[in-house]
Design a protein around this ligand. Structure first.
Ligand SMILES: [Ca+2]
Ligand SMILES: [Ca+2]
Length: 81
């Protein structure tokens, strides 16, 4: 997984205006491997977690959940086990 984000894909993210995230996403959750967790991806990964929890996970309210936000939520126990 450490080489998933290549220089080419990073350039693509920049070209798309997507913030480049230093940390890598978990491919088991980030199924389209775009470097962010969408709400639908998170709901697939955590079907028992209510929608308002996803809203609270997106702490900077940019509409996406990045690695740092998900890690924080996991460490805070918001997503269960
Ligand atoms: Ca994604
Ligand atoms: Ca966010």
């Amino acid at each position: 997984m450490t080489k998933t984000i290549t220089a080419v894909s990073l350039a693509t993210f920049v070209a798309m205006g997507v913030p480049v995230i230093a940390q890598e996403t978990d491919a088991a959750i980030d199924t389209n491997v775009d470097g962010i967790y969408s709400q639908s991806e998170l709901q697939t990964a955590y079907p028992d977690v209510p929608e308002d929890v996803f809203t609270s996970i997106d702490t900077n309210e940019d509409g996406i959940v990045d690695v740092a936000e998900l890690t924080f939520a996991q460490n805070a126990g918001l997503l269960g086990s």
